[in-house]
Design a protein around this ligand. Structure first.
Ligand code: IPE
Ligand code: IPE
Ligand code: MG
Length: 244
């Protein structure tokens, strides 16, 4: 007997897998502003507005971990006024959103260096992390002053400081020293803005991630765009190097 196409269609959609850990390179704020003939600061403002919106979008779709690349170790080299604008926006968004995120059961984590952040930003971040530490809903990783290479170098430094014997350093031990020690590997890495590069994001944790690039600029990326990314993810065959 031939299979009923309606049934097999239903079976396929029922099997759709939702990625456990999604990481996003939130790129395109500058081009968004340029396209509107407005200052880059308005692009970053729109980008942070979108950040608030997408957290719920991902939580509602059953994602367990969402890690967002908000500011890289290289982004300090941008014009001072742009950098200061991003730092101020970050402070405002955390101050404004942390309580609501806490009420929604979101656990906030910071990935990156803290020593170069202003006292105000560091304190806002620390407070948000502390307040939400026991929550069991979505884990929201905020990569701010984050660089994959810096993270790996930092892990090596800490291992040596802790006097870990060379023979005890394997992949699992090394991973304990990364900012992501209590996060699973990334399943789906999304980059908005259309570029096809990693830009120093989660170099270790994306070893077997599925990549998805969207032409949509970050301030416009939500809802249907997320569904399209998940659709693509659910069609991938992940092999992890094995013959399957
Ligand atoms: C990403 O948007 C946000 C940060 C890097 C902080 P960009 O500002 O890089 O946007 P484009 O790439 O110039 O469009
Ligand atoms: C990556 O975007 C960093 C963030 C999104 C925070 P960039 O705009 O800094 O990356 P490049 O310069 O295009 O590689
Ligand atoms: Mg960019």
């Amino acid at each position: 007997m031939t299979a009923n196409p309606e049934v097999s269609k239903h079976t396929t959609s029922a099997k759709k897998s939702v990625p456990l850990h999604v990481a996003i390179i939130m790129d395109g704020n500058g081009r968004w502003a340029e396209a509107r003939g407005v200052d880059v600061s308005e692009g970053h403002h729109a980008g942070f507005e979108n950040l608030r919106r997408v957290v719920a979008d991902f939580a509602n779709r059953g994602v367990g971990y969402l890690t967002l690349y908000a500011f890289s170790t290289e982004n300090w080299d941008r014009p001072e006024s742009e950098v200061n604008g991003i730092l101020d926006l970050a402070i405002a968004v955390i101050a404004h959103e942390a309580q609501q995120l806490n009420e929604n059961g979101v656990r906030i984590k910071h990935l990156g260096r803290v020593d170069r952040l202003s006292t105000e930003l560091r304190e806002e971040l620390e407070q948000a992390v502390e307040m939400t530490a026991e929550n069991t809903g979505l884990t929201l990783g905020i990569a701010f002053d984050y660089g994959g290479r810096a993270e790996i170098a930092n892990a090596a430094r800490q291992l040596i400081r802790d006097g870990v014997p060379a023979d005890e350093i394997d992949e699992a031990k090394f991973a304990e020293y990364l900012y992501t020690s209590d996060l699973p590997n990334v399943d789906l890495l999304i980059r908005t803005g259309g570029d096809l590069r990693i830009s120093n994001f989660l170099l270790w944790q994306t070893a077997y991630s599925e990549f998805y690039s969207s032409e949509t600029l970050w301030p416009d990326f939500h809802g249907d765009h997320i569904d399209k990314a998940f659709e693509s993810f659910s069609e991938r065959q992940r092999r992890f190097g094995k013959r399957t």
